[in-house]
Design a protein around this ligand. Sequence first.
Ligand code: ARG
Length: 465
Amino acid sequence: MSDNQLANKSQAWSALFSEPMSDLVKRYTASVGFDQRLWRADITGSLAHAEMLAAQGILSAEDHAAIQRGLNEIAAEIEAGQFEWKLDLEDVHLNIEARLTERVGIAGKRLHTGRSRNDQVATDVRLWLRGEIDEISGLLGGLQRVLVEQADRHADVILPGFTHLQVAQPVSFGHHLLAYVEMFARDSERLADARRRVNRLPLGAAALAGTSYPLDRERVARTLGMEACSQNSLDAVSDRDFAIEFSAAATLVMLHISRLSEELILWMSQNFGFIALPDAFCTGSSIMPQKKNPDVPELARGKTGRVVGHLVGLVTLMKGQPLAYNKDNQEDKEPLFDTVDTLKDTLRIFADMLAGLRVKPEAMRAAALKGHATATDLADYLVKKGLPFRDAHEVVAHAVKTATQQGVDLAALTLEQLQTFDARVEADVFDVLSLEGSLNARNVLGGTAPAQVRAQVARHRTRLA
Ligand code: ARG
């Protein structure tokens, strides 16, 4: 045997192969560089598998004990940073299995009975992702709580609401923040729903067709806290829908973060001046001494692109694959890992940053007073006095034109001036022309009246408790 053939002996399929792999092919096909992060899930899955093999009489009690001891020792080695990952052993599964045999001998070689790396890797990714989803759900809850408290603090702060980025109607800043809470609440629901389909057990599908050993798959599912066993072996080893679903849910979270980022960036610009972000989340310029840049929201907006890209990558990865397992599937990991990392960092940093958000109510108010934001309220006022809405709309348009020509807000016109547009106008018109009047009038479920905002704050607090 040549040296190369000897080296090849460490590979799981070596007997059939007469030609060694080049270093390039090894590097190209190996996943251990990134999939080692699945080690804990891999060991958890193997422990559950071995326990079941022993209970079914497929594995002796001694072998089971040796495997258990070996796997726990390996876990300790990895945790201590003392495990040597070998590229020659391709992936996390073969690395751990080879080390097990090194440590406990022949029992280690029996662990893989009734199992294939195909159902093993699908199980590992699901176990790992389930844990990550739980962490992400916790972080999403934390971010929502920060927004709800800010909303409560600023229920009475008025800013111009926009459509087409043109001043439309005044809204409560608290109401505006709670719009994002609604988005993140839907994200939490979506993740919880996706988790149910993540949490199913492929193990027992073996390579693709099931196995001839009398496995008790339900037992493994129970041990691993999984909701069900997959019911078709071909589907079990080839399905990555769960990863795509998660990525789609993650993409929506980032999309919401990105929209919020865009607003924070606009609001912090000199032209708006509505808010200040805490210094710790901004950077200066190396040349312009006056600058304070909203780097964190800008980066979050930018990172949204990579999460969207990962989703597209995964969908594209799957679209042409015939049943069952194909090596293509190895490419599911890096996008998934990066999506999880990006999401967790972003949610953490946003919760911290928004807890320190400073609001400038005077600037918001001044902006709301600039755009005739209560024009709709004047039209509604005239409708309540008997004018059809279309006519009222027209009357108010004339009033807005006059106010604009005079360089004042609609609310600054005198009673006499307003009466020239329609005789029905009386002194009580100023109750609705004021920003507060406009806000308080929208006291409908889901509306911007501060009373509604407070009711929503209470609902969210209960929901998030
Ligand atoms: N590293 C592989 C992956 O991530 C594990 C499964 C390998 N299976 C196989 N038949 N080559 O998909």
